[in-house]
Design a protein around this ligand. Structure first.
Ligand SMILES: [Mn+2]
Length: 384
């Protein structure tokens, strides 16, 4: 019998939601660390034969010192318990250009850890199993060639395990640089005892492809991932039969409330609908939780103010309100009024600066800053 833990997409160093603690540190960054620590606790408790992480250990190719130190210490906790660790690079933590060296190399200082970041398909023969890995590969042709090389020839009774970080079928993350497994190659997946998948942030068996599982992430990187348990996957291969089970970690509560047809509802009705959802979905407790509220089908104006809504959520870590109205084709679009930050800014400016000369000068400075921010943002997105 072979027992191992498969986990993935821990995105260490990810910051989110602009909520800081008393020391000024991003609270969500610590949620990612906490989920990872809980995963390590489960691993040590489970005493598996080994651990396999299928990429995006870090959120960025150049992780912060804090996330790097954290990862090194936590991985050390696993290997010190006598559990070998295997990791592959993902699209988030593998650099997009040769100007940045892969941070993965630093983790090789831990001798009980094998980490694959060589943009190649390779097979590692271990006493109890054969591990095939396909870490993230930037170059299209190189990626295609590597997938063509995948084979399970020479089966010798040992479980054959394949680890990859990419999309399969329609399970796309819609990210720059993400890889999609070639559809014509999918039949090979059925030959493996287990295919450990990273990239898709939800635990899922890809039944039609064979023994193929996405471990999912250990924390949610967006509101669309709420409502699904997350954690590590316990895999058991025994007598040619594979079973995989999610062992969940405890995450901060994150609720998404949709209110439909707001134009037809009185403000008080919208607020009481939200109160009911707090009772039914959040057990009446809002403290330290995250809430995303979407007001659909609003008319010309927002039916209720953000501050009226926020009053319903005392002590919440974060309350985000978004309003949507139908465009001419009936499709819901984000309320322009709220999203046009530049427009709101010039409105504020024109109120603040009554003299024309002042306003022009201020606008000029703001526009310059704006251009700078936008170009920096697009740089940052391209590195994603
Ligand atoms: Mn990911």
């Amino acid at each position: 019998m072979l027992k191992f833990i498969h986990f993935s997409d821990s995105h260490l160093g990810c910051t989110d939601l602009d909520a800081t603690n008393d020391s000024g540190l991003n609270i969500r960054e610590y949620d990612f660390y906490d989920a990872f620590s809980q995963s390590v606790d489960i691993i040590i408790e489970e005493k598996p034969d080994f651990v396999l992480h299928t990429g995006d250990l870090f959120h960025r190719a150049s992780p912060s010192n804090r996330s790097l130190i954290f990862a090194a210490k936590e991985l050390q906790r696993i290997t010190s318990a006598g559990i070998p660790v295997y990791i592959i690079a993902g699209n988030h933590d593998y650099p997009k250009t040769v100007n940045t060296a892969p941070i993965h190399e630093l983790l090789l200082m831990n001798k009980n850890l094998k980490i694959y970041f060589d943009e190649q398909y390779s097979v590692t023969e271990e006493p109890g199993f054969k591990l095939h890995v396909l870490p993230h590969i930037n170059n299209d042709e190189k990626f295609k060639a590597a997938t063509d090389e995948i084979s399970v020839s020479g089966k010798n009774g040992k479980p054959e395990i394949l680890a990859m970080h990419l999309s399969l079928g329609t399970y796309l993350m819609q990210e720059l640089g993400e890889r999609v497994f070639p559809p014509e190659k999918c039949s090979i997946l059925k030959e493996f005892d287990y295919v450990a998948m990273g990239h898709w942030h939800q635990f899922r068996k890809m039944e039609k492809y064979g023994n193929v599982w996405y471990a999912g992430s250990t924390e949610r990187t967006s509101a669309s991932q709420t409502g699904n348990p997350m954690g590590v996957v316990r895999v058991i291969i025994d007598g040619g039969r594979t079973t995989a089970e999610l062992l969940p970690v405890k995450l901060r509560e994150w609720h998404v409330f949709n209110v439909a047809k707001c134009a037809e509802k009185e403000p008080v009705a919208i607020l009481s609908e939200l109160s009911e959802r707090i009772e039914s979905d959040a057990a009446g407790v809002t403290a330290d939780k995250i809430f995303h509220i979407a007001l659909h089908d609003i008319g010309s104006f927002r039916p209720v103010t953000d501050s009226d809504i926020e009053k319903l959520f005392p002590g919440a870590l974060y309350v985000q309100v978004r309003a949507f109205k139908a465009d001419s084709s009936g499709r819901l679009v984000a309320d322009e009024e709220k999203t046009d930050l530049k427009g709101s800014l010039s409105e504020v400016l024109s109120k603040e600066f009554s003299l024309n000369g002042e306003l022009e000068k201020a606008s000029e400075i703001i526009n310059k800053l704006w251009e700078k921010i936008e170009s920096e943002e697009s740089d940052a997105n391209n590195q994603h």
